[in-house]
Design a protein around this ligand. Structure first.
Ligand code: SF4
Ligand code: SF4
Length: 292
């Protein structure tokens, strides 16, 4: 089983559309992992039917168990986050404000405060309309630790792929270079970087590549909307050559990309011409590279 991660340095490059195209082509041979847990959108193109749903707990949150409280106000005094409230004669902890530091727990003279696991989101195992399994998640409102949730999604996807003896885990990573992206990448077999020819596209590509290089991962690149700024496309190509990174394909701008998304379809379903061919040839190249 090989793990392939698709990522981009910034949003709006077409990363999710391309990943969904790969997922349609890979069909039942792969498990799809939507690791963009802060803004998951793979479900919009894959129409998953949820088969399993689980709560995801991460960190702790304080809770005042009112019985036994001697109203000493110590918990309120020590909380740096103003999370302890005194309402109608009782002490309550606002879970949205509580950072789970346990300070109140330690100072409470009557052990009235308990630290409980914090519900940080949910994760789902679903069947997509391409007949592959999609592992996806939703981070709770104001919840952090998206890196841990990404790790959970990846682990679950790998477990399913191994159990069913499938060929690939295909990961849609979140854009950028933050903690959730690193959590999506470490130990992957191959990374497909998706970029576009803008100044920020080139800048973000170089930052993403720097991270990939530090993690010692193999990578290739797809330049989307390549004809919109040929000068910057050339600079991107030169950058990739200087780093010995293969350009998997250059995709010209085409309104059909956006039309496909608005109809909830992948480009390989919506287009029957060169666009579809580009995605197919890129997927074939990736498969060949990871099989070596
Ligand atoms: S756990 Fe920390 S942040 Fe939460 S209420 Fe107690 S002192 Fe405040
Ligand atoms: S520290 Fe404990 S006993 Fe004191 S007010 Fe808070 S919950 Fe009550």
């Amino acid at each position: 089983m090989k793990e392939i991660v698709v990522l981009s340095g910034k949003g709006g490059t077409g990363k999710t559309s391309i990943t969904a195209g790969f997922a349609a082509l890979g069909a039942k041979h792969l498990v799809l992992a939507d690791c963009d847990v802060d803004a998951a959108d793979m479900h919009l193109l894959t129409a998953p039917q949820i088969q399993r749903e689980e709560d995801f707990y991460s960190g702790k949150t304080g809770k005042v168990i009112t019985e036994g409280c001697v109203h000493c106000f110590k918990c309120m005094d020590v909380c740096h986050f103003d999370a302890v409230l005194h309402q109608e004669g009782e002490f309550v902890i606002d879970p949205m404000e509580c950072e789970g530091c346990s300070y109140c727990y330690h100072v409470c003279p009557t052990h009235t405060i308990k630290m409980l696991p914090r519900l940080a989101g949910k994760f789902y195992v679903s069947k997509t309309r391409f007949n592959n399994t999609l592992v996806h998640a939703r981070l709770g409102i104001a919840a952090d630790n998206s890196g841990k949730l990404v790790t959970k999604v990846r682990e679950e996807a790998k477990k399913i792929a191994e159990a069913e003896q499938l060929d690939y885990v295909l990961v849609d990573a979140s854009p950028g270079i933050g903690c959730p992206v690193v959590a999506s990448l470490t130990g992957a077999d191959y990374v497909v970087m998706v970029t576009e020819p803008t100044v920020s596209g080139l800048h973000d590509l170089s930052r993403v590549y720097e991270m990939i290089e530090k993690l010692h991962l193999k990578s290739g690149c797809i330049i989307n909307k390549a004809d919109l700024n040929k000068k910057i496309t050339l600079k991107i190509s030169d950058f990739l050559k200087s780093k010995n990174v293969e350009t998997l394909c250059e995709i010209p701008y085409n309104i059909r990309f956006t039309e496909a998304i608005s109809q909830g379809k992948t480009i390989v379903e919506y287009d029957d011409g060169p666009l579809k061919d580009k995605i197919i040839s890129s997927w074939e190249k990736v498969k060949t590279i990871v099989s070596k």
